[in-house]
Design a protein around this ligand. Structure first.
Ligand code: ATR
Length: 295
Protein backbone atom coordinates (compact mmCIF):
# COMPACT_ATOMS: atom_id res chain seq x y z
CA UNK A 1 0.00 0.00 0.00
CA UNK A 2 1.46 3.29 -1.12
CA UNK A 3 0.15 6.31 0.83
CA UNK A 4 1.27 8.64 -1.97
CA UNK A 5 -0.63 6.59 -4.51
CA UNK A 6 0.04 7.86 -8.02
CA UNK A 7 -1.22 6.35 -11.19
CA UNK A 8 0.91 6.23 -14.31
CA UNK A 9 -1.34 8.81 -15.93
CA UNK A 10 0.32 12.04 -14.80
CA UNK A 11 -2.47 13.98 -16.57
CA UNK A 12 -5.05 13.00 -13.94
CA UNK A 13 -6.31 15.59 -11.42
CA UNK A 14 -3.73 16.42 -8.77
CA UNK A 15 -4.46 17.60 -5.23
CA UNK A 16 -2.10 18.30 -2.31
CA UNK A 17 -1.79 18.78 1.41
CA UNK A 18 0.39 21.59 2.65
CA UNK A 19 1.67 22.09 6.19
CA UNK A 20 4.98 22.47 8.04
CA UNK A 21 5.96 19.81 8.78
CA UNK A 22 3.62 17.63 6.75
CA UNK A 23 5.33 14.22 6.72
CA UNK A 24 3.16 12.98 9.59
CA UNK A 25 -0.15 13.75 7.85
CA UNK A 26 -2.51 10.79 7.36
CA UNK A 27 -4.44 12.54 4.60
CA UNK A 28 -2.38 11.04 1.72
CA UNK A 29 -3.28 7.55 2.97
CA UNK A 30 -6.99 8.47 3.01
CA UNK A 31 -7.17 10.15 -0.40
CA UNK A 32 -4.79 7.59 -1.94
CA UNK A 33 -7.08 4.76 -0.84
CA UNK A 34 -10.16 6.47 -2.32
CA UNK A 35 -8.39 7.25 -5.62
CA UNK A 36 -7.49 3.60 -5.90
CA UNK A 37 -10.97 2.45 -4.91
CA UNK A 38 -12.60 4.58 -7.63
CA UNK A 39 -9.73 3.85 -10.10
CA UNK A 40 -9.37 7.60 -10.65
CA UNK A 41 -6.20 8.52 -12.56
CA UNK A 42 -5.22 11.25 -10.13
CA UNK A 43 -2.87 11.93 -7.24
CA UNK A 44 -2.75 13.52 -3.77
CA UNK A 45 0.72 14.59 -2.64
CA UNK A 46 2.45 16.19 0.34
CA UNK A 47 3.75 19.73 -0.18
CA UNK A 48 5.83 20.79 2.83
CA UNK A 49 6.04 24.60 2.76
CA UNK A 50 7.71 26.68 5.52
CA UNK A 51 5.77 29.67 6.89
CA UNK A 52 7.98 32.24 5.12
CA UNK A 53 7.08 30.73 1.72
CA UNK A 54 3.39 29.96 2.21
CA UNK A 55 2.18 33.33 0.88
CA UNK A 56 3.93 32.78 -2.43
CA UNK A 57 2.76 29.16 -2.54
CA UNK A 58 -0.89 30.26 -2.39
CA UNK A 59 -0.31 33.15 -4.83
CA UNK A 60 1.11 30.85 -7.51
CA UNK A 61 -1.33 27.98 -6.95
CA UNK A 62 -3.35 28.96 -10.01
CA UNK A 63 -0.43 28.10 -12.32
CA UNK A 64 0.55 24.90 -10.50
CA UNK A 65 -1.89 22.53 -12.20
CA UNK A 66 -3.44 21.42 -8.90
CA UNK A 67 -7.25 21.13 -8.75
CA UNK A 68 -7.04 22.04 -5.06
CA UNK A 69 -5.79 20.71 -1.78
CA UNK A 70 -5.80 20.59 1.99
CA UNK A 71 -4.13 22.95 4.42
CA UNK A 72 -2.96 21.91 7.85
CA UNK A 73 -1.02 23.36 10.79
CA UNK A 74 0.36 26.05 10.79
CA UNK A 75 -1.11 27.41 7.52
CA UNK A 76 -4.88 27.40 8.07
CA UNK A 77 -5.10 31.10 8.93
CA UNK A 78 -2.70 32.08 6.09
CA UNK A 79 -4.99 30.13 3.72
CA UNK A 80 -8.00 31.98 5.13
CA UNK A 81 -6.31 35.26 4.23
CA UNK A 82 -5.03 34.12 0.81
CA UNK A 83 -8.32 33.00 -0.76
CA UNK A 84 -10.62 35.15 -2.88
CA UNK A 85 -13.82 33.64 -1.44
CA UNK A 86 -14.72 31.42 1.53
CA UNK A 87 -17.59 29.14 2.47
CA UNK A 88 -19.75 29.82 5.53
CA UNK A 89 -17.93 27.37 7.81
CA UNK A 90 -14.53 28.90 7.00
CA UNK A 91 -15.92 32.38 7.73
CA UNK A 92 -17.32 31.28 11.09
CA UNK A 93 -14.19 29.36 12.12
CA UNK A 94 -11.66 31.88 10.76
CA UNK A 95 -9.50 29.17 9.17
CA UNK A 96 -9.37 27.31 5.85
CA UNK A 97 -8.47 23.62 5.52
CA UNK A 98 -9.70 22.91 1.97
CA UNK A 99 -8.93 24.80 -1.25
CA UNK A 100 -10.40 24.56 -4.74
CA UNK A 101 -10.92 26.75 -7.80
CA UNK A 102 -14.15 28.27 -9.10
CA UNK A 103 -13.89 30.10 -12.44
CA UNK A 104 -10.17 30.52 -11.87
CA UNK A 105 -10.63 32.03 -8.39
CA UNK A 106 -9.06 30.35 -5.34
CA UNK A 107 -11.84 29.44 -2.88
CA UNK A 108 -11.39 28.22 0.70
CA UNK A 109 -13.63 26.07 2.86
CA UNK A 110 -13.43 24.44 6.24
CA UNK A 111 -14.54 20.80 6.61
CA UNK A 112 -13.36 20.27 10.20
CA UNK A 113 -16.74 21.10 11.76
CA UNK A 114 -18.47 18.83 9.24
CA UNK A 115 -16.00 16.02 10.04
CA UNK A 116 -16.50 16.41 13.78
CA UNK A 117 -20.30 16.26 13.46
CA UNK A 118 -20.32 13.40 10.93
CA UNK A 119 -18.12 11.29 13.23
CA UNK A 120 -20.45 11.84 16.19
CA UNK A 121 -23.53 11.16 14.03
CA UNK A 122 -21.99 7.79 13.26
CA UNK A 123 -20.69 6.91 16.72
CA UNK A 124 -22.71 8.79 19.38
CA UNK A 125 -26.31 8.99 18.16
CA UNK A 126 -28.28 11.78 19.83
CA UNK A 127 -25.19 13.88 20.66
CA UNK A 128 -26.70 17.04 19.16
CA UNK A 129 -29.55 16.93 21.72
CA UNK A 130 -27.00 17.71 24.43
CA UNK A 131 -28.09 20.57 26.66
CA UNK A 132 -24.70 21.45 28.11
CA UNK A 133 -21.43 20.63 26.37
CA UNK A 134 -18.07 21.20 28.02
CA UNK A 135 -15.16 21.83 25.63
CA UNK A 136 -11.65 21.47 27.05
CA UNK A 137 -9.21 23.77 25.21
CA UNK A 138 -9.59 26.97 23.23
CA UNK A 139 -7.10 26.66 20.34
CA UNK A 140 -7.58 26.36 16.60
CA UNK A 141 -9.21 22.94 16.75
CA UNK A 142 -11.68 24.08 19.42
CA UNK A 143 -13.04 26.73 17.02
CA UNK A 144 -14.19 24.10 14.53
CA UNK A 145 -15.65 22.00 17.36
CA UNK A 146 -17.61 24.93 18.84
CA UNK A 147 -18.96 25.87 15.42
CA UNK A 148 -20.15 22.29 14.84
CA UNK A 149 -21.75 22.10 18.30
CA UNK A 150 -23.65 25.39 18.10
CA UNK A 151 -24.71 25.11 14.47
CA UNK A 152 -26.00 21.56 15.06
CA UNK A 153 -28.10 22.77 17.98
CA UNK A 154 -26.51 21.90 21.32
CA UNK A 155 -28.04 24.36 23.77
CA UNK A 156 -24.96 25.59 25.64
CA UNK A 157 -21.19 25.38 25.28
CA UNK A 158 -18.92 25.91 28.29
CA UNK A 159 -15.28 26.45 27.31
CA UNK A 160 -12.69 25.44 29.91
CA UNK A 161 -9.10 26.50 29.25
CA UNK A 162 -5.82 26.89 31.10
CA UNK A 163 -5.41 30.41 29.66
CA UNK A 164 -8.58 32.36 30.47
CA UNK A 165 -7.96 35.04 27.83
CA UNK A 166 -8.03 32.48 25.02
CA UNK A 167 -11.26 30.94 26.33
CA UNK A 168 -12.80 34.42 26.43
CA UNK A 169 -11.69 35.24 22.88
CA UNK A 170 -13.23 32.00 21.59
CA UNK A 171 -16.48 32.58 23.49
CA UNK A 172 -16.70 36.19 22.23
CA UNK A 173 -16.22 35.09 18.62
CA UNK A 174 -19.10 32.59 18.78
CA UNK A 175 -21.33 34.70 21.03
CA UNK A 176 -21.66 37.06 18.06
CA UNK A 177 -22.94 34.21 15.87
CA UNK A 178 -24.96 32.33 18.54
CA UNK A 179 -25.83 34.88 21.24
CA UNK A 180 -26.16 33.73 24.85
CA UNK A 181 -25.15 30.10 24.26
CA UNK A 182 -21.42 30.09 25.06
CA UNK A 183 -19.29 31.04 28.07
CA UNK A 184 -15.61 30.93 29.06
CA UNK A 185 -14.15 29.43 32.25
CA UNK A 186 -10.79 28.79 33.89
CA UNK A 187 -9.64 25.30 34.86
CA UNK A 188 -10.72 25.78 38.49
CA UNK A 189 -14.37 25.57 37.34
CA UNK A 190 -13.91 22.32 35.50
CA UNK A 191 -15.29 19.85 38.09
CA UNK A 192 -18.38 21.97 38.76
CA UNK A 193 -19.12 22.24 35.02
CA UNK A 194 -18.65 18.50 34.44
CA UNK A 195 -21.53 17.84 36.87
CA UNK A 196 -23.99 19.23 34.33
CA UNK A 197 -22.31 18.10 31.12
CA UNK A 198 -24.28 15.95 28.68
CA UNK A 199 -21.31 15.92 26.29
CA UNK A 200 -17.58 16.41 26.95
CA UNK A 201 -15.15 17.24 24.13
CA UNK A 202 -11.39 17.28 24.70
CA UNK A 203 -9.29 19.33 22.25
CA UNK A 204 -6.07 19.57 24.30
CA UNK A 205 -3.02 17.52 23.31
CA UNK A 206 -1.79 14.42 25.11
CA UNK A 207 1.34 15.42 27.08
CA UNK A 208 4.57 14.28 25.42
CA UNK A 209 6.83 11.77 27.05
CA UNK A 210 10.08 13.14 28.46
CA UNK A 211 12.73 11.65 26.12
CA UNK A 212 14.93 10.80 29.16
CA UNK A 213 12.13 8.79 30.76
CA UNK A 214 12.74 5.14 29.91
CA UNK A 215 9.62 3.70 31.53
CA UNK A 216 8.17 1.06 29.17
CA UNK A 217 4.50 1.55 28.19
CA UNK A 218 4.70 5.11 29.50
CA UNK A 219 1.37 6.88 29.75
CA UNK A 220 0.39 10.21 31.29
CA UNK A 221 -0.73 9.65 34.88
CA UNK A 222 -3.08 10.15 36.52
CA UNK A 223 -5.98 9.93 34.03
CA UNK A 224 -8.21 13.02 33.93
CA UNK A 225 -10.80 12.96 36.70
CA UNK A 226 -14.21 12.47 35.06
CA UNK A 227 -15.97 11.35 38.25
CA UNK A 228 -18.21 14.45 38.25
CA UNK A 229 -19.80 13.61 34.86
CA UNK A 230 -23.37 12.26 34.96
CA UNK A 231 -23.83 8.60 33.93
CA UNK A 232 -25.52 9.56 30.64
CA UNK A 233 -22.66 11.86 29.51
CA UNK A 234 -21.05 11.24 26.11
CA UNK A 235 -17.31 11.81 25.68
CA UNK A 236 -15.16 12.48 22.62
CA UNK A 237 -11.61 13.56 21.87
CA UNK A 238 -10.41 15.12 18.65
CA UNK A 239 -6.86 13.86 19.25
CA UNK A 240 -6.26 10.45 17.60
CA UNK A 241 -2.61 9.80 18.54
CA UNK A 242 -2.91 7.65 20.56
CA UNK A 243 -6.36 6.48 19.54
CA UNK A 244 -7.30 5.94 23.19
CA UNK A 245 -6.35 9.24 24.79
CA UNK A 246 -6.24 9.74 28.57
CA UNK A 247 -9.71 11.37 28.36
CA UNK A 248 -11.17 8.39 26.48
CA UNK A 249 -9.55 5.88 28.83
CA UNK A 250 -11.07 7.72 31.78
CA UNK A 251 -14.49 7.67 30.03
CA UNK A 252 -14.15 3.94 29.38
CA UNK A 253 -13.20 3.30 33.01
CA UNK A 254 -16.38 5.11 34.07
CA UNK A 255 -18.46 3.08 31.61
CA UNK A 256 -19.48 6.17 29.58
CA UNK A 257 -20.17 6.12 25.83
CA UNK A 258 -17.29 7.63 23.88
CA UNK A 259 -15.97 8.22 20.33
CA UNK A 260 -12.33 8.56 19.29
CA UNK A 261 -11.01 11.32 17.04
CA UNK A 262 -9.95 9.28 14.02
CA UNK A 263 -13.43 9.42 12.53
CA UNK A 264 -13.28 13.22 12.44
CA UNK A 265 -10.11 13.06 10.34
CA UNK A 266 -11.68 10.54 7.96
CA UNK A 267 -14.98 12.41 7.57
CA UNK A 268 -13.39 15.85 7.10
CA UNK A 269 -11.65 14.46 4.01
CA UNK A 270 -14.91 13.53 2.24
CA UNK A 271 -16.06 16.97 0.96
CA UNK A 272 -12.60 17.84 -0.42
CA UNK A 273 -12.26 14.57 -2.28
CA UNK A 274 -15.71 15.02 -3.79
CA UNK A 275 -14.90 18.54 -4.97
CA UNK A 276 -11.56 17.66 -6.57
CA UNK A 277 -12.26 14.19 -7.95
CA UNK A 278 -16.06 14.34 -8.49
CA UNK A 279 -16.96 11.18 -6.58
CA UNK A 280 -18.32 11.04 -3.02
CA UNK A 281 -16.34 8.51 -0.96
CA UNK A 282 -17.61 6.72 2.14
CA UNK A 283 -15.78 6.23 5.42
CA UNK A 284 -15.65 2.47 5.90
CA UNK A 285 -14.15 0.09 8.45
CA UNK A 286 -11.45 -1.16 6.05
CA UNK A 287 -10.02 2.32 5.62
CA UNK A 288 -10.32 3.01 9.33
CA UNK A 289 -8.50 -0.22 10.18
CA UNK A 290 -5.73 0.63 7.74
CA UNK A 291 -5.17 3.97 9.46
CA UNK A 292 -5.39 2.47 12.95
CA UNK A 293 -2.61 0.04 12.02
CA UNK A 294 -0.40 3.07 11.30
CA UNK A 295 -1.05 4.97 14.56
P1 ATR B 1 -5.02 23.04 18.30
O1 ATR B 1 -4.99 23.52 16.89
O2 ATR B 1 -4.79 21.56 18.43
O3 ATR B 1 -6.25 23.48 19.01
P2 ATR B 1 -3.55 25.03 19.76
O4 ATR B 1 -4.19 26.12 18.98
O5 ATR B 1 -2.09 25.11 20.05
O6 ATR B 1 -3.74 23.65 19.03
O7 ATR B 1 -4.37 24.86 21.13
C1 ATR B 1 -3.99 23.92 22.10
C2 ATR B 1 -5.00 23.94 23.24
O8 ATR B 1 -4.60 22.97 24.21
C3 ATR B 1 -5.05 25.26 23.99
O9 ATR B 1 -6.33 25.44 24.52
C4 ATR B 1 -4.04 25.04 25.13
O10 ATR B 1 -4.26 25.82 26.28
P3 ATR B 1 -3.68 27.33 26.39
O11 ATR B 1 -4.61 28.19 25.61
O12 ATR B 1 -3.71 27.60 27.86
O13 ATR B 1 -2.29 27.29 25.82
C5 ATR B 1 -4.33 23.61 25.45
N1 ATR B 1 -3.18 22.97 26.11
C6 ATR B 1 -2.01 22.61 25.55
N2 ATR B 1 -1.20 22.05 26.46
C7 ATR B 1 -1.90 22.02 27.63
C8 ATR B 1 -1.61 21.55 28.95
N3 ATR B 1 -0.45 20.97 29.26
N4 ATR B 1 -2.56 21.73 29.90
C9 ATR B 1 -3.74 22.33 29.62
N5 ATR B 1 -4.05 22.78 28.38
C10 ATR B 1 -3.16 22.64 27.41
Amino acid sequence: FDPNHRTKDEEGPKAFITGWPVWHSRSPAIHGAWLKQFAIPGSYVRMGVPPEEIGEFFETLGESGFVGGNVTVPHKVAAFEAVERRDGDAEAIGAVNTLWFEDGALVGGNTDAYGFAANLDERLAGWADAGTTVVLGAGGAARAVVHALLSRGVERVEIVNRTMGRAEALAARFDRLFPGRIAAHGEEERAKLLERADLLVNTTPVPEKDPDDETPDWFPEPLPDLSALPDHALVTDIVYTPLMTPTLLAAKERGLAYADGLGMLLHQAVPGFERWFKRRPTVDETLRARLVADI
